[in-house]
Write a protein that binds this ligand. Structure first.
Ligand code: NFE
Ligand code: MG
Length: 575
């Protein structure tokens, strides 16, 4: 038996440590997922004005920028029974949609691709054959021999100088890399293109929210005026044309680059459709409300809300975020203390964030599975661990009969000659992220059209001022704001007393997926997903990276202060 430690896992946000024990054949028998950074944003909220909470909450993360702002304003609006105008709902849908598309493309190319794409192999690609490959895949215009010869030249410049820079420390040449050199070169070209594309995509947030990352929000609506005249506001007629252009550019890249690349790469990694499943339970809170019925009508969300247990797609279980018996967080294996004792999980309205570090001190011995070993709590739904994120959402859309999802998923699986059960895997999780990006990119133009339709009909309202001032609020109130963040179901619970925040709890997607064992000893999704992975070479554990990256970890979100001595723990060790 040996233990493989990866700390920190890179190409993620925040600080994650993975420890995996292997048997004599190199197969992982058990894994521990540990968030090694403490943050304290929930505690910073106490005593503040609920109208300011979004601005602080949003600093939980700059990757899924925006989503904590959305969850926060919705939590306060829910507490105060505060309706918002349909235009504000549409503007939020467009901003959340843009976040999804931006974040997923970035994840695929910049955070995950190099687990599958060997950039050094791309140096032996034939540019003419790469151009031919691109022409077969899609009508994307960067498809000439000269273009790929230039990309190859730039890559050899990196390698020739002996400075791989951001490409240093890859497991280049590992036998788990299966793509032909031409596909490696093509994907590398798109890695570079996606850097430029994402800069343009972020303009949509700037137009609606003044900036990116961390666009502005406001309790009661959207912080932007819709104006008919040019030159008056950011969303005058010129601004609106720019919004449409950004949506169309995003969509073209998704359709002509991201989707075809995913399928082309997946063809070489079909064995990854049988590994990395996780817990087999999936949960969504749902997202993209109908602009007229708003977030309270959870029956009309574009991505439905629900739970799927044990892969059973025939039943979608209802989820109620106010029910104290449903969403609960356990700290039995976390560096926190609960007033009620370590074994008792708490619903977020009654939640506590009291750090209690009992873990190893430098030089950091291995973690003990029977003790606390993470700064993440363990969230559970009715006591069960849940995977959240793209795969959960695509399964929920599929199971609820969403036609476009079924067509997309069935078509891709048929092309790859894989069964539906292939979705329950590392490869399925990666593909689901691509599928939902396509579905949301298509939907963006629908929301844009509805917004323009409202304007043409004379409805320019973006904010409801009725309840903005605390004098109109009840003395005590509580509410929950939900959203789907790119990495999964996200909600903030707020308790308001006399116009101030009395308690604030965020339960975050990466906490669901990367959390440690609970009081019953049940693993979290990362831990369950790693069990059973054979490692070809424990000194180069690329298999662990593939499965962990397929969840798109964000530990900044998950533990929402920084390690008091600010130490970074840079080591990969094989004991
Ligand atoms: Ni920091 Fe986040 C998303 C949230 S993470 S990236 O998506 O909330 O789990
Ligand atoms: Mg929390």
């Amino acid at each position: 038996m040996s233990t493989v430690v990866i700390d920190p896992v890179t190409r993620i946000e925040g600080h994650l440590r993975i420890e995996a024990e292997t048997d004599q054949n190199g197969t992982i028998t058990r894994a521990l997922s540990s968030g090694t950074m403490l943050r304290g944003i929930e505690n910073i909220m106490i005593g503040r004005d609920p109208r300011d909470a979004w601005a602080i909450a949003q600093r939980i993360c700059g990757v899924c920028t925006l989503v904590h702002g959305i969850a926060s304003v919705r939590a306060v609006e829910n507490a105060l029974a505060y309706p918002i105008p349909p235009n504000a709902e549409l503007i939020r849908n467009l901003m959340i949609g843009a976040q999804f598309i931006h974040d997923h493309v970035m994840h695929f190319y910049h955070l995950h691709a190099l687990d599958w794409v060997d950039v050094v192999s791309a140096l032996s690609a034939d540019p003419a054959a790469t151009a031919h490959l691109q022409q077969c895949l899609s009508p994307w215009p960067n498809n000439s021999t000269a273009y790929f010869a230039d990309v190859k030249q730039r890559l050899s410049g990196f390698v020739g100088s002996g400075q791989l820079g951001i490409f240093a420390n890859g497991y280049w040449g590992h036998p788990e890399y299966k793509l032909p050199p031409e596909l490696n070169l093509l994907a590398f070209a798109h890695y570079l293109e996606a850097l430029d594309w994402q800069r343009k995509a972020s303009r949509l947030h700037a137009l609606f929210g003044g900036k990116n990352p961390h666009p502005n929000f406001i309790v009661g609506g959207a912080p932007v005026a819709l104006d008919g005249k040019t030159g008056k506001t950011a969303l005058d007629s010129t601004g609106r044309v720019l919004v449409k252009t950004v949506i169309e550019d995003m969509r073209r890249f998704v359709e002509q680059v991201y989707v075809p690349d995913t399928l082309a790469i997946a063809r070489y990694y079909k064995d990854w459709s049988r590994r990395g499943e996780g817990v087999g339970n999936f949960m969504t809170y749902g997202e993209f409300p109908d602009p007229l019925s708003g977030v309270d009508d959870t029956s009309r969300l574009f991505v439905p809300r629900g739970v799927i247990l044990n892969r059973d797609l025939s039943t979608i279980h209802p989820v109620d975020l106010d029910d104290p018996a449903q969403v609960q967080e356990s700290v039995s294996h976390s560096w926190y203390q609960y007033g009620v004792g370590q074994e008792q999980p708490l619903h977020p309205y009654a939640g506590e964030t009291r750090p209690n570090y009992t873990g190893p001190q430098p030089p950091y011995a291995n973690l003990d599975m029977d003790q606390a070993y993470s700064w993440l709590k363990s969230p559970r739904w009715r006591g069960q661990p849940m995977e959240v994120g793209p795969l959960a959402r695509v399964l929920m859309l599929y199971a609820s009969g969403h036609q476009a999802t079924q067509t997309l998923v069935d078509g891709a699986l048929a092309e790859l000659k894989l069964p539906l059960t292939a979705l329950y895997s590392t490869l399925g999780r990666v593909a689901a992220r691509t599928f939902e990006t396509k579905l949301i990119a298509d939907q963006m133009l629908v929301w844009y059209g509805q917004l323009i339709g409202n304007l043409r009909g004379g409805d320019r309202a973006t904010h409801n001022d009725d309840l903005f001032y605390p004098a109109s609020w009840p003395a005590s109130a509580q509410g929950v704001g939900y959203t789907e963040a790119p990495r999964g179901a996200l909600a903030h619970w707020v308790v308001i007393q006399d116009g101030r925040i009395a308690n604030y709890q965020a339960v975050v997607p990466t906490t669901w997926n990367a959390g440690p064992r609970d009081a019953q000893g049940q693993e979290g999704p990362y831990e369950a997903a790693l069990r059973g992975h054979p490692l070809l070479d424990p000194k180069q554990p690329i298999e662990i990276l593939r499965t962990i990256h397929s969840f798109d970890p964000c530990l900044a979100c998950a533990v929402h202060l920084v390690d008091p001595d600010g130490e970074s723990l840079l080591r990969i060790t094989v004991a």
